[in-house]
Design a protein around this ligand. Structure first.
Ligand code: PRX
Length: 651
């Protein structure tokens, strides 16, 4: 971890955007005063605040005995309460009269469309839940899901939640090796997948990847296969079952399991610094309450909103803000299967136009990619239904913010820049769009119940405008409950850097008005296109190649992706550097982890610069990869000639 002193903030942004009057007039929270009053209440007496929210907005089979049990770092929310999040997403909405309202508006990449009402979605979920039970899936069994972005993915996750079986969703871009690691770690015996999924006009061979993974996972008993692309697949008798066969004879009624508030809802694997992915655990009640309220207030949901979040459900954004948060608010959720540039760069804007999207949530990396294509493309579409935009995944640079505001939002839509993490479960710092004056590049202020601060490495709060570490000082309902199978790592990583506070690993500055400006990560995890990649994982992948002796991977700034990876590779003596080998290494990384982790640069080198104690000096490599030369301090370097040689190697 860097010292806070080394986190310099050089950003000065003076543009500001008060909420448009017409927006504020109907907003759920419409003034800064109202926010400040409620925020104070939520911090002074979190238990009263959250009890009120949980009581008013949710169905409980049994009310909790105690709102919060906090034995740092172990939190329990709504202790003793019994509920079911699938019930709250579906049955409760139907009870409120929204049964015929569209729940999912699906758009497949090839252009096929489907619409499911809340009634229809409930029926599908029940059928699949009954099918899972028949396969022997019981409460507490972890089910792995590796699917394309189709409605059945939502059905699968809600069916698991309905019967109390935690899900572990793996993003469809991950490789067979990554699937096998996660299936092993979660001791999962059931995998739900599809024959394939559409991406940029090609078929992603999902079933093939699962076939490769299960060869290494003898404990897997069932592979449920949805037919999506009708591509040829290998069939493993005794293991594989078609989704359609399983559900055809099932009833569309399945009583929701009465889950304990602290029952595991899902595990989601995310990169850590040690190369081994961490299974982040989220439980039922607190996550349910927090994702519903953040959705309602930050996206300012109204009953007729057509909401589209362009993330993949395989990431936390999709879990919390495609499925659980929006459906608990009864809105219509657009779901798109494919790539933003298929068949061309107007696809997103065509969906906005055709579906009359009102609230759109995407990532800065997408905004930058669209920026690159020019303003003429979005200008071709009627996007006048949009009233609010959102951003997530990495800091949005002010120029991208301005472009998004003007060319997508028609200069009338507020932008909610939402800061949060897989671990936090829900949005932590973000504007309430009818109440806050926005500053491009700032995620603004903490949500209700979130006690965020910027401190130095001893936990001392930093003065305004000094860079420091972002920490959270109080437990919140959707916080992670631990790392699956590794509670020591949970304590060590999140709660020991600074005593008794949650350490986010993000650098941050708070300005004189109380706005938070995120500055990126302080550890070795790199954020590419909004996805976190542990450099250690990529190094491990490179080193697992037969020609590689040693590898160091660092993050470098990238115009579109935010950050990109540069790899320095020392080869084994019998291997020869070549362009073919570079390509082979890239393919190897893609196979081990996924295409997203492929380095943009690979440089071959005789040796890596190391400190005397043997630690690779990543700081120097980063400088070299970003600027082409090394000017920084090299006094602890063991052998300076290594850097001189590296500067000569080509990128
Ligand atoms: O560094 C922060 C960055 O993404 C990290 C969390 O990554 P992940 O767990 O994959 O979740 C991404 C989606 C919630 C954070 O530690 N990050 C996320 N949103 C923002 C951000 N950085 C700046 N501004 C944001 N709005």
């Amino acid at each position: 971890m860097s010292d806070s002193e080394s986190i310099l903030s050089s950003m000065t942004e003076t543009r500001s955007f008060p909420p448009p009057e017409s927006f504020a007039k109907t907003a759920r929270i419409s003034s800064l005063d109202e926010y400040q009053r409620l925020h104070k209440q939520s911090i002074d007496d979190p238990e009263a605040f959250w009890a009120d929210v949980a009581e008013k907005n949710h169905h409980w089979f049994k009310k909790w005995d105690k709102v919060l049990d906090w034995q740092c770092p172990l939190a329990k929310w709504f202790v003793g309460g019994k509920t079911n999040i699938s019930y709250n997403c579906l049955d409760r909405q139907i009870e409120l009269g929204r049964g015929d309202h569209a729940a999912i508006l699906f758009e497949g990449e090839p252009g096929d469309t489907r619409e499911l009402s809340y009634n229809q979605l409930l029926a599908e979920v029940c059928r699949f839940a009954n099918a899972l039970k028949k396969l022997g899936v019981k409460k507490g069994d972890i089910v792995t899901i590796y699917m394309p972005m189709v409605p059945e993915l939502t059905v699968a996750m809600l069916a698991c939640a309905r019967i109390g079986a935690p899900h572990s969703i793996i993003f469809g871009g991950f490789s067979a090796t990554a699937i096998a690691d996660r299936v092993h770690d979660a001791e999962s015996r059931t995998i739900i997948t599809a024959d394939g999924g559409w991406r940029r006009g090609s078929i992603v061979p999902l079933k093939y990847n699962v076939d490769e993974a299960v060869k290494k996972c003898p404990n897997v008993e069932n592979v449920v296969v949805l037919k999506r692309c009708d591509n040829e697949i290998t069939w493993n008798d005794g293991l594989d079952r078609w989704w359609s066969d399983l559900v055809s004879s099932e009833s569309d009624v399945c009583e929701a399991e009465q889950c304990d508030s602290e029952d595991l809802l899902f595990i989601l694997y995310t990169s850590g610094t040690t190369g081994k992915p961490k299974g982040i655990m989220h439980t039922t009640g607190g996550y349910m309450v927090y994702t519903a309220l953040t959705s309602k207030l930050i996206f300012d949901f109204k009953p007729d909103d057509v909401y589209w979040c362009s993330a993949d459900i395989g990431w936390i954004t999709g879990h919390s803000y495609i499925t659980y948060g929006p459906l608990q608010n009864g809105v219509s959720v657009v779901m798109y299967e494919g790539a933003p540039n298929h068949p061309d760069w107007g696809r997103f804007w065509k969906i906005v136009q055709d579906r009359k999207v009102t609230v759109f949530y995407t990532a800065p990396t997408a905004v930058r990619a669209f920026m690159r294509q020019g303003t003429e493309i979005p200008a071709r579409y009627d996007m006048s239904t949009l009233r609010l935009l959102g951003s997530v995944g990495e800091p949005i640079n002010p120029e991208a913010w301005m472009w998004y505001h003007e060319h997508i939002g028609g200069s009338r839509c507020p932008i909610v820049d939402t800061w949060w993490q897989t671990e936090t479960g829900g949005i932590m710092i973000a504007p309430l769009p009818g109440a806050f004056t926005l500053k491009p590049g700032s995620a603004t202020r903490p949500f209700f119940g979130i006690d965020a601060a910027v401190t130095d490495s001893t936990g001392k709060e930093q003065p305004a405008n000094s860079g420091g570490l972002l920490v959270i000082r109080k437990p919140w309902p959707s916080m992670l409950r631990g790392i699956y199978g590794d509670m020591d790592r949970y304590r060590e990583q999140y709660w020991s850097q600074i005593e008794n506070v949650y350490f986010t690993s993000d650098a941050c500055r708070r300005d004189e008005d109380g706005n938070f400006w995120l500055m990126g990560r302080v550890d070795d995890v790199i954020n590419i296109s909004g996805h976190r990649i542990g450099t250690a994982e990529v190094e491990s992948a490179l080193v697992s190649h037969k020609s590689v002796a040693e590898a160091a991977v660092v993050g470098i700034p990238h115009e579109i992706k935010g950050q990109a990876l540069a790899a320095f590779v020392a080869l084994k003596l019998d291997a020869t550097a070549s362009d073919d080998l570079k390509k082979e290494l890239l393919d190897h990384v893609a196979k081990q982890i996924g295409a997203i982790a492929k380095p943009d640069q690979i440089r071959f080198t005789d040796a890596l610069p190391k400190t005397r104690s043997g630690k690779i000096m990543r700081r120097l490599l980063k400088e070299l990869a970003s600027t082409g030369e090394v000017k920084g301090d090299t006094t602890t370097l063991e052998d300076f000639s290594v850097v001189a040689k590296l500067s000569e190697s080509d990128g």
